[in-house]
Design a protein around this ligand. Structure first.
Ligand code: S3P
Length: 446
C-alpha cells in the first residue's frame, strides 16, 4: 500500500504517500461532478420523475440533492449512484425551513443562486469557510441586472446570500470571467425570465447545461460563441452520468509518470469542452489511445483511454485551452515537473479563486518537494527534470483543496526510494472523489 490515509482530526485528514514501481489495471473513474450537479438540478425542477444513473455520491453533489429535498423534491435511492427524483416542478419548489448549506461547492451555490432568483420564496445560501471567501459578485451582479433581489455580505459579493425569488427579465451577458458557473447561473435564471436570455462566450467553457437542458424539454439555441435559453416547461427524463475526466486526470498522470505503467480507464466523459487536458498532453508528447464508446453519442460522449508511461516535453499551454483544462492545471503542473524543459501556464488567474489559491498552493507544494517553479499573477512556470534536481519528500498542506491533495499524491509516486510525502487536509478529497485512496492503491504497486 503506497498511500496510507488517516481521517479527521485537527489536520482534517492526512495521506502519507511513497514511491510506486508501476501502475497497471483497469479503472472506471467516478461520475462527473459537473454533470451530477446539473442532473440533480434539472431533475429537481422538471415536473415528474427523473432517473439518474452514474451519479457522483460526493459531498458536493449530495449537498445539491439535500437542498432540493428541503424544497419539496422527493428522492428514491436505489444505490449510491442510482436515484429517482420526483419534482413538483420549478414553480412549486417550496421555501426551505433553514439555510441551504452547499459546503465546499462553488458550482452548487452559484448555479442555485441563479435558479432560485426566479422562483418565488425566500432562501439563504451559504457554504464552508473556503466557499464563504469566494467571489459571488460574478453571479449576483448579472442576476441583479435581470431584476433579482439578492443581498449578501460585502454588498452581495460574499456568502451568505439571501435570495428573494421573483419575476426576472432577460439579458444578454458577456461571460468575461470565462466561467461555466456564471454562464449556467444566468441560463438557469433565464428559465424564469419573460423572454430569451443570451450568454456570449469569448472562449468556450464547459457546455453541460446547454447540452442537458433540451433533454428535459428546455428550448436552447447554440450559436457561434453564444447560447440562448427561453423560459421553458421542463419534464423528467433519464440521465446517465459519464465518468469524470477531471478525476480520471490523476490516474492518467500516474500512468504517464511511473516507468513501465499501463492503465485503461473506461467510461471517461469526453465532452469536447472538457478534453483540453488530453490535447495538452498530446502536445507534451504523451501517447494516449482513445476509443469513443458508441453508446456515448447522447448528450455526453464518453469512451476508454489507454495510457502508458512515456517521456514528456515541456510546452507553453495555449491560452485558448485554459478554460477547458482549468481543473486539471494542478495535475498538469505535476506532470510538467517530470517533463523535459519548462512548461508555462498563463492566462489562468481564475485558479486564484478556486477551492484554494491553486497557483500559490502548487508553487508552495512543488518547491517543498524540490521542483523549480516561478509564480506569475496568472499562472506558473514549472521547470522540468534536470541532472541536478533532487526530489524529496516532506510535508505539504493541501489548503483543504481536493485537487491539490490528489495532484501531490500522484507526484509522490516518483519520490526516491524510502522517502515519503505527508499531505494534510485530505478529507476534502471526498468533495469530488470518494474512494480515491483505495482506487489509488489498487493500481499503484510499491
Ligand atoms: C464548473 C465550472 C468551473 C470548474 C468547476 C466546475 C461547472 O468553474 O472549475 O470545477 O460545473 O460549471 P468556473 O465556472 O468558476 O470556471
Amino acid at each position: 500500500m503506497i498511500l496510507s490515509e488517516s481521517r479527521g482530526g485537527a489536520l482534517h485528514g492526512t495521506y502519507r504517500v511513497e514511491r510506486a514501481t508501476s501502475v497497471s489495471g483497469e479503472i472506471r473513474p467516478p461520475g462527473d461532478k459537473s454533470v451530477s450537479h446539473r442532473a440533480v438540478i434539472f431533475g429537481s425542477i422538471a415536473s415528474g420523475k427523473t432517473e439518474i444513473t452514474g451519479f457522483l455520491d460526493s459531498a458536493d453533489c449530495e449537498g445539491t440533492l439535500r437542498a432540493f429535498l428541503s424544497m419539496g423534491v422527493r428522492a428514491e435511492r436505489l444505490s449510491p449512484h442510482h436515484l429517482i427524483l420526483e419534482s413538483p416542478g420549478l414553480r412549486n419548489l417550496t421555501e426551505p425551513p433553514d439555510i441551504l448549506d452547499f459546503g465546499n461547492s462553488g458550482t452548487a451555490v452559484r448555479l442555485m443562486t441563479g435558479l432560485l432568483s426566479g422562483v418565488l420564496g425566500f432562501r439563504v445560501l451559504t457554504g464552508d469557510a473556503s466557499l464563504r471567501t469566494r467571489p459571488m459578485r460574478r453571479v449576483t451582479e448579472p442576476l441583479s441586472r435581470m431584476g433579482a433581489t439578492i443581498d449578501g455580505r460585502n454588498a452581495g459579493s460574499l456568502l451568505p446570500l439571501a435570495v428573494r425569488g421573483g419575476p426576472l427579465c432577460p439579458i444578454e451577458y458577456d461571460n468575461h470571467h470565462r466561467s461555466a458557473q456564471v454562464k449556467s447561473a444566468i441560463l438557469l435564471a433565464g428559465l424564469s425570465a419573460n423572454g430569451p436570455t443570451t450568454v456570449l462566450e469569448p472562449l468556450q467553457t464547459r457546455d453541460h447545461t446547454e447540452r442537458l437542458l433540451p433533454r428535459f424539454g428546455g428550448r436552447v439555441e447554440i450559436g457561434q460563441n453564444r447560447v440562448t435559453v427561453w423560459p421553458s416547461e421542463l419534464f423528467g427524463t433519464e440521465i446517465s452520468v459519464p465518468g469524470d475526466i477531471s478525476s480520471a486526470a490523476f490516474f492518467i498522470a500516474m500512468a504517464l509518470l511511473v516507468p513501465g505503467s499501463r492503465l485503461l480507464l473506461s467510461n471517461v466523459g469526453l465532452n469536447p469542452t472538457r478534453t483540453a487536458f488530453l490535447e495538452i498532453l498530446s502536445l507534451m508528447g504523451a501517447r494516449i489511445g482513445l476509443s469513443p464508446d458508441p453508446a456515448g453519442t447522447g448528450s455526453e460522449p464518453f469512451g476508454t483511454l489507454d495510457v502508458s508511461f512515456g517521456t514528456l516535453k515541456g510546452v507553453s499551454v495555449p491560452l485558448a485551452m485554459i478554460p477547458s483544462a482549468i481543473d486539471e492545471i494542478p495535475i498538469l503542473a505535476v506532470l510538467a515537473a517530470f517533463a523535459e524543459g519548462t512548461t508555462e501556464i498563463r492566462g489562468a488567474g481564475e485558479l486564484r479563486v478556486k477551492e484554494s489559491d491553486r497557483i500559490a498552493a502548487m508553487v508552495a507544494a512543488l518547491r517543498t518537494v524540490g521542483v523549480g517553479v516561478e509564480e506569475y499573477p496568472d499562472g506558473l512556470a514549472v521547470f522540468g527534470e534536470g541532472p541536478d534536481r533532487r526530489l524529496r519528500g516532506g510535508r505539504i498542506d493541501s489548503r483543504h483543496d481536493h485537487r491539490i491533495a490528489m495532484a501531490m499524491a500522484v507526484l509522490a509516486t516518483r519520490l526516491p526510494p524510502g522517502d515519503s510525502l505527508v499531505i494534510t487536509g485530505t478529507d476534502f478529497v471526498e468533495t469530488s472523489f470518494p474512494g480515491f485512496p483505495s482506487l489509488f492503491n489498487s493500481v499503484a504497486r510499491p
